[in-house]
Design a protein around this ligand. Sequence first.
Ligand SMILES: Cc1cc2nc3c(=O)[nH]c(=O)nc-3n(C[C@H](O)[C@H](O)[C@H](O)COP(=O)(O)OP(=O)(O)OC[C@H]3O[C@@H](n4cnc5c(N)ncnc54)[C@H](O)[C@@H]3O)c2cc1C
Length: 380
Amino acid sequence: MTRQHADYLVIGGGIAGMSAAAEIAAASSVILLERESQPGYHSTGRSAAMFVATYGPPPVRALSAAARPFLDAPPDRFADHPLLTPRAVLAIGREDQAATLAQMVADAAAEGTVVEALTPEAALRRVPALRPGYVAGAVLEPDASDIDVHALHHGYQRMLRGRDGQLFTDAEVERIEWTGGHWQVFTRRGRFEAGVLIDAAGAWADGVARLAGVEPVGLTPKRRTAITFDPPEDMPTAGWPLVLDCDEQFYFKPEGGRILASPADATPVEPCDVQPEELDVAVTVDRVQTATTLPVARITHRWAGLRTFPPDGVPVAGWDDGRDAFFWLAGQGGYGIQTAPALARLAAALARQKPLPAEIVDRGVEAADLSPRRLRKGTR
Ligand SMILES: Cc1cc2nc3c(=O)[nH]c(=O)nc-3n(C[C@H](O)[C@H](O)[C@H](O)COP(=O)(O)OP(=O)(O)OC[C@H]3O[C@@H](n4cnc5c(N)ncnc54)[C@H](O)[C@@H]3O)c2cc1C
């Protein structure tokens, strides 16, 4: 059995753990432990891969804005091709959803995000498959993008290794002890020791905290389903935006010659290797066929993933206030990919007791906004 020591032990090799480990490794020794043989097997590998600046509560939007410069221009040799490819988002609404669309325009104006209100005719010109009469209004966010999630995740893995960080796969953390001012972490791959533990275990982060004797923050994993299907052969779809129901009841977008669609479900479940339910797949097909003329003749792929939320919907990044040397990096909900570069730098700064990076402070994000302490008010 190996016995290894580092300054920092990161648990979880999804986008959160990989990016934070890579950033921390710039100045400290880091070991990353991942249960699966493939880092990214869970939520990170199952996302819709979008960057949407207007998505999520205000601190998430600020983190997304802070992450954008990295995604637009990552460091040299981080990736072989661009991480972002332009893909607008078209939020659509029926007549009874007009107030939601108006609110979207007002919110975007307040934050300086460029959006454009479109007539139903203009929306149909962009996506001719929209069913005439269904769409009463639309809002276009032109600066959204597809994210190459694999390239982003892999880029951070390369950065971690390049900085002498160590990644252990097939290394499920089964037991954690705090002895002699150090964490001791036990896995099938051996025993690991570190002064600081970073919990980036996604849907399992509360469970990892319990193993360490740390009070959970109350994370809820929520299942989200996706399918792909072939569009009609004579319908050019590649240039379509992602089409999103403005109350987030469904969305669809082109993906590798097919259409990816989701009912935007958010069903609370226990942490697990989540699989799609037949009913959610049927709801997806029904909502897409109600809003569009797209026939869903054959589903080519179906999957589900977990989006994990704290009670207030804002990610948790910061030191636990009840336990020494335990750092949370969890609860990224449906925004964990697009916020990762900013959250990783924020986590690395806080974990190394450094000031927050300017690009994050400039967006108005404060450590207290993300601290686990905010979720424990009144409980201590
Ligand atoms: C259908 C869907 C669509 C989405 N679309 C988008 C999108 O368009 N844009 C966006 O930004 N986000 C999107 N998301 C959200 C995004 O995927 C997540 O926020 C993000 O992947 C979370 O990353 P993570 O590293 O926290 O979790 P994960 O990727 O789940 O990583 C956690 C890791 O911890 C490991 N682990 C757990 N317990 C242990 C243990 N005891 N020992 C060792 N390892 C352990 C797990 O094996 C796992 O690999 C979407 C999610 C879904 C499901």
